[in-house]
Design a protein around this ligand. Structure first.
Ligand code: C5P
Length: 193
């Protein structure tokens, strides 16, 4: 079982996906954190070797080659670096392969930009989360121009661009509380009797 949540930066994906996973008892997968790890190492490695990086999740912590990078990957610079390396098809192939391997077993809530379109086009539930750009920039604490630059790069890249799956349910989080958004998504998940 997979709930795929895609959408642009600052739409609330991480907070919402985590809460949906908690509510359903599923495991949460933050695919953006994986690209952020590659972005951190962009100057140190050949991107063809991105697949050799040891990226692990330990609860809320993210470990890169054994180093706790949970805070380092959250800076605005790390976000821009992630968006740049994410245009590289070799990086994408490596990350998508790992993501597919992870979600192959069990029940997951995975969030990113291409979960419903590339990583898992057969996901049982697909959500496209969006919000007004000014609100998204405010949530991230970054200038709206930087946010729109990242969106533009993500949406226009040649490989696996950020786009809503045709069968995704669109949820606009502008002005909604986290609880309201979580309830709307949980309601989409079919219950096994
Ligand atoms: O979601 P987050 O802001 O952490 O993602 C950082 C960057 O990683 C995005 O701007 C995007 O370029 C890239 N990304 C991606 N595909 C995903 C998740 C993130 O290309 N599934």
């Amino acid at each position: 079982m997979l709930v795929a949540i895609d959408g642009p930066a600052g739409a609330g994906k991480s907070t919402v996906a985590r809460a949906v996973a908690d509510a359903l008892g599923y495991t949460y997968l933050d695919t953006g954190a994986m690209y952020r790890c590659v972005g951190l190492r962009a100057d140190a490695i050949d991107l063809a070797d991105a697949g050799r990086l040891d990226i692990r999740f330990d609860g809320d912590r993210v470990l890169l080659d054994g180093e706790d990078v949970s805070e380092a990957i959250r800076t605005p610079e790390a976000g821009q670096a992630a968006s740049r390396v994410a245009t590289d098809p070799r990086v994408r192939e490596a990350m998508v392969g790992r993501q597919r391997a992870l979600i192959a077993d069990g029940a997951w809530v995975a969030e990113g930009r291409d979960i419903g379109t590339v990583v898992a086009p057969d996901a049982e539930v697909k959500v496209w989360l969006d919000a007004d750009p000014a609100e998204r920039a405010a949530r991230r604490g970054i200038p709206v121009e930087d946010l729109l630059e990242r969106d533009e790069r993500d949406a226009t890249r040649e490989h696996d661009p950020m786009v809503a799956a045709p069968d995704a349910v669109h949820v606009d989080t502008t002005g909604l509380t986290i609880e309201e958004v979580v309830a709307a998504i949980v309601a989409l998940v079919p219950r096994t009797p």
